[in-house]
Design a protein around this ligand. Structure first.
Ligand code: AFP
Length: 344
């Protein structure tokens, strides 16, 4: 039996002797190692004093759970020996500036899905690695197309790491026996035709019309304009939704909505949407705000929120068309247009 490629072998093969790629490899290896410690902590849960209870609010006003803080600490500890210029975390108001002569900057969400901690559901860690900007430019202000690598760990039945270094997406699963990550899927491609969408449907009354139109088309099923029945999922962990989409396709939507604080959506551009968009596009999918390609957005602030629609390219393009062509919904199904059966 051929031995599975390990993460470290993969990083070494990609880096060669290139200093920038070696810096990326060093950062990814450190992040992946921290994720093993986070997975262990999650696996012990209350036995390790993890309750998932809020213990305050982070800089952006989100409830901060105990595991958010512990995960952030573990990642920072793991990165102590990694050369980086700036480090941005969901749990810190401003980036940590270390050595602006270092070649890379790192942004991360230490614990995505923390509202699921106390329900023992799948959660994760997301990271993005970008090249250090030129002198005089602030870090984390350039489009997502400048990313060198992006990845996320998913703490589920398996602890797995999804990674792109800019040449496809690979998935590594943690071998708990020897604490190494081993390749289980290479050059992942998102299936095109899966009839499955993920959205928090309780926000229907707050959505813009194009999102209502898209969901109405899905709900109309085989008798509607999409001519097929759709399934729905909503886990409340972006990493779990993303992992499922990489596994079997579909589309995830966290759109802007009319609620206070959600007019730009809920997810953060720098350390959630940018890395997820890089991964999804590298796997043959698409990631959009509904109007713009996520990777072309340049952050105005470090915790900037953004609407995120990502997954199978055909479905993301349909959502975009409904945003750009107000008549698109009615053209294919008058019953399901502005005054469709499902428009309330
Ligand atoms: P938390 O980390 O605060 O639980 O937020 C997780 C998340 O950012 C993303 O992972 C989920 O898809 C989304 O929020 C769930 O949001 P709702 O709770 O509004 O459904």
């Amino acid at each position: 039996m051929t031995l599975a490629l390990t993460l470290r072998q993969h990083l070494g093969q990609n880096a060669g002797k290139d200093p920038l790629r070696l810096a990326v490899a060093s950062a990814v290896d450190a992040l992946a190692t921290a994720c093993i410690d986070i997975a262990d902590l999650i696996g012990r849960g209350a036995l390790a004093g993890i309750t998932g209870q809020a213990q305050g609010r982070n800089a952006d006003g989100d409830l901060q759970k105990d595991l958010d803080v512990r995960a952030d600490e573990l990642i920072r500890q793991a990165l102590k020996s990694v050369p980086f210029a700036a480090l941005a975390s969901e749990e810190a108001e401003a980036p940590e500036i270390r050595d602006m002569t270092a070649p890379i900057c790192i942004a991360f969400d230490p614990l995505d899905g923390s509202s699921n901690i106390d329900s023992n559901m799948t959660i994760g860690t997301i990271f993005s690695i970008v090249v250090t900007p030129l002198e005089g430019q602030a870090a984390f202000t350039r489009p997502g197309t400048t990313q060198l690598a992006a990845g996320f760990a998913v703490y589920g039945p398996q602890t797995s790491l999804v990674l792109t270094l800019g040449d496809g997406v690979d998935i590594f699963t943690l071998d708990r026996d020897d604490k190494t990550y081993k390749a289980v899927r290479r050059r992942v491609q998102i299936p095109v035709d899966t009839a499955e969408y993920a959205i928090n449907a309780s926000n229907h009354r707050h959505w813009e019309q194009p999102v209502r139109d898209f969901i109405a088309e899905c709900l109309a099923g085989v008798d509607g304009p999409r001519s097929k029945d759709f399934n729905m999922r909503w886990i409340g962990s972006l990493v779990a939704e993303a992992y499922r989409i990489l596994a079997r396709g579909g589309v995830f939507l966290y759109p802007a909505d009319a609620r206070e604080g959600y007019t730009d959506g809920r997810l953060r551009l720098v350390y959630e949407a940018h890395p997820m968009a890089f991964i999804v596009e590298q796997a043959g999918g698409a990631a959009s705000t509904g109007r713009e390609r996520i990777l072309e957005l340049a952050p105005r602030t470090i915790h900037q929120r953004v609407p995120l629609i990502m997954g199978s390219i055909e479905k993301v393009r349909r959502v975009e068309l409904l945003h750009t062509d107000p008549n698109a919904a009615s053209k294919t199904a008058p019953l399901f247009g502005r005054r469709g059966l499902f428009q309330v």
